[in-house]
Design a protein around this ligand. Structure first.
Ligand SMILES: [Zn+2]
Length: 352
């Protein structure tokens, strides 16, 4: 079976887990090691899925179901909360329920898109998930069909349900899967990652009604137990964390001069998909600035959404993304907008 078809798209990048494998606390080292390898392990546990456990779904309806992973590799185990039910006695379940609902409502009201597939796909989440029952799971992921959330190690990371942009990021991997279906390696893979950051941060800004100049443009700051850290900065790639003991420094480049060539392997982050994504991330941020946009989800978001859903394809490169968003800008808002988008891609040196 092709491994290209579907990514197991997780939020914590390999380079960060790799740094944690050298952490002085052996507990952190062990968890990072387990998460790094298990996150990428072949999916052999599909058999755990209960046969016929899913009732038929009316399309176009929000249908969230939050299951209990019970600190093991159990997908769709006991239901903690389903659509319309009152608060569960489980914080992670309620957080996953709320954030998947916010993401659904964002896509529906801003882009007229009904769920990740555009046809009302039910939103299933498993919280308290572990791939190895012996080790906490330092990650959240979209596995091609549903969301899986770990509780974190309790030392570096807390629960992975705490961050709205992370949940928006992961569900956007689903949207990409059903639209451009960007391959998960090298430049298409970095675009895949960037689209998830772009729409993930938009979900958060939309929910908080933040203007582009009020937003922090950080991804995953709520995941860290220590304040002042984030996985990535879309405004300043490479500045999300600097010289932090045991974590090192954010390796993201801010423009093509810093583009990192890595092999398309697990150790190489599939060609640096979580590293080079900083370049198109910043192009989106700069587009918001160049357009003088008030809110990211208005004109800038409409342009990026049009590019993702109707202009990009599986093997699109950064230049294709530049041309696709420029052409989308022309269609959405005319030549002035197209020039603003072009200038952003020039600032990150994707275009000359
Ligand atoms: Zn991702």
């Amino acid at each position: 079976m092709s491994t290209k078809k579907r990514c197991r798209c997780s939020i914590v990048p390999p380079h960060l887990l790799d740094a944690l494998r050298r952490h002085p606390d052996p507990k952190v080292r062990k968890i990072a090691e387990a998460t790094l390898f298990l996150t990428h392990a072949a999916r052999v546990k599909r058999g755990i899925l209960a046969q016929g456990a899913r009732p038929p779904l009316p399309t176009g309806t929000l249908r969230r179901t939050i299951y209990d992973g019970a600190q093991g590799p159990h997908i769709r185990g006991n239901i903690l909360r389903s659509e319309g039910q009152p608060l569960a006695d489980d914080r992670a379940a309620n957080d996953a329920y709320d954030a998947s609902g916010d993401t659904y409502e964002f896509y529906r009201s801003v882009f007229g898109r009904v769920s990740v597939d555009g046809k009302g796909l039910r939103l299933d989440s498993t919280v308290h998930y572990r791939e190895d029952p012996e080790e906490p799971f330092d990650n959240a992921m979209w596995d091609g069909e549903e969301m899986l959330y770990g509780d974190g190690d309790g030392l570096i990371f807390g629960s992975f349900t705490k961050s709205l942009e992370v949940i928006g990021h992961e569900l956007t991997h689903g949207v990409t899967q059903y639209t451009a279906n960007l391959a998960y390696h090298d430049q298409p893979g970095a675009l895949n990652e960037s689209m998830s950051d772009v729409f993930g941060t938009m979900v958060k800004q939309w929910k908080l009604n933040q203007k582009v100049d009020q937003a922090d443009w950080l991804i995953g700051s709520d995941l860290f137990l220590q304040k002042g850290l984030a996985l990535r900065s879309m405004k300043n790639p490479g500045e999300a964390y600097k010289d932090v003991p045991d974590l090192g420094s954010d390796p993201q480049p801010a423009d093509m001069d810093g583009y990192v060539q890595l092999p398309n392997t697990r150790a190489g982050d599939n060609g640096g998909v979580h590293i080079n994504s900083g370049i198109p991330n910043r192009a989106f941020y700069l587009t918001c600035m160049n357009l003088g946009a008030t809110h990211s989800w208005e004109m800038p978001g409409q342009i990026w959404y049009a590019a993702l859903t109707s202009r990009l394809t599986a093997n699109s490169t950064f230049v294709d993304a530049a041309n696709g968003t420029i052409s989308a800008a022309r269609d959405v808002a005319g030549e002035g907008a197209a020039s603003a988008v072009r200038a952003a891609w020039q600032e990150v040196r994707v275009l000359k």
